[in-house]
Ligand binder design. Structure first.
Ligand code: OGA
Ligand code: MN
Length: 290
């Protein structure tokens, strides 16, 4: 063990998860403080692999929040019904009733079942999301991730020219209604006015261009609604083609962190009566996309 119970550099073992993106980091216990040298290596791996999985973790809420804070300030979600009662930075995605301990039979958030980038409906969308699998189903309840650098780079040159400079208008209420989630309150709607972002974005750390789209987009600015919707469908179909997608099958204790600036994700369904799925999520605030 390293001095002062810190995680030491020689224990870090980075193994790619797929050819598309993602790496698993073994031999690290996220419940303990991590020194700056090792955190720098984690951050570097995060920028290179877009997604990191730390298997076999046992975290308290405080430890989950503390590790998340290493990446930046945390977002408290506008949908207060998902906030952890004691730790509001934690968004609880669970089909288990805390009072009875039984499954509810309901998917906790249908808004996760469509391809999106977290908080793209905000002026400053999410930099990263850390999702901790506390209880995971035997089948279903996977998460798919799309590499949006690769999706952009593979577009025909004519399409790249056609979309350069276009901006998408993102709206949470529109997106949730379309995904079949319950309506938002008036107050929540007021807190999430429609915002627009470029659909071709440059990553602030890597300087690479990428396609920045999301189910939260309700229209493309300057295009008739139908033309915008058709363009989005075309880009969405392209970006979620399996050659750009990494499929994560959860094991209990996985902590997965992904870069929302250059990936999209969606959850796959599961049997919410027979299976238990309890996930804790934190979100790191990002910059205004450029
Ligand atoms: C999220 C999300 C996917 C999942 O937490 O932002 O979209 O698989 N979750 O639960
Ligand atoms: Mn999400």
């Amino acid at each position: 063990m390293a001095a002062h119970g810190m995680v030491s550099e020689r224990t870090l073992d980075i193994v790619p998860l797929s050819a598309v993106m993602g790496a698993e980091i073994r031999g690290i216990d996220l419940s303990r403080p991590i020194d700056d040298a090792i955190f720098t290596r984690i951050l570097d791996a995060f920028h290179r692999h877009l997604l990191l999985c730390f298997p076999g973790q046992h975290l308290t809420e405080v430890q989950h929040v503390a590790f998340s804070r290493r990446f930046g300030d945390l977002q408290i979600h506008v949908l207060e019904q998902y906030r952890h009662p004691v730790h509001p930075e934690i968004y609880v995605l669970s089909n288990v009733d805390p009072k009875t301990g039984k499954t509810t039979g309901r998917h906790p958030d249908r808004g996760t079942l469509v391809w999106h980038s977290d908080l793209s409906f905000q002026r400053r969308p999410a930099l990263a999301t850390l999702l901790y699998g506390i209880d995971v189903p035997r089948t279903g309840g996977d998460t798919l991730f799309a590499n949006m650098y690769a999706a952009y780079e593979a577009l025909p040159e004519a399409t790249k020219r056609r979309i350069a400079g276009l901006r998408g208008a993102h709206d949470l209420d529109y997106s949730r209604q379309r995904a079949g989630a319950p309506p938002m309150t008036e107050q929540q709607r007021r807190e999430t006015p429609t915002v627009d972002h470029p659909i071709v974005r440059t990553h602030p750390e890597t300087g690479r261009k990428l396609l920045y789209i999301s189910h939260h987009i309700c229209r493309i600015e300057g295009l008739p609604i139908d033309a915008g919707a058709a363009l989005l469908d075309e880009l969405m179909a392209h970006a979620t083609d399996k050659r750009f997608v990494y499929h994560h099958r959860w094991r209990r204790g996985d902590v997965v962190i992904w870069d929302n600036r250059c990936t999209m994700h969606c959850a796959t369904p599961y049997d919410a009566t027979e299976e238990r799925r309890v996930m804790h999520r934190t979100v790191v605030k990002g910059d205004v996309p450029v």
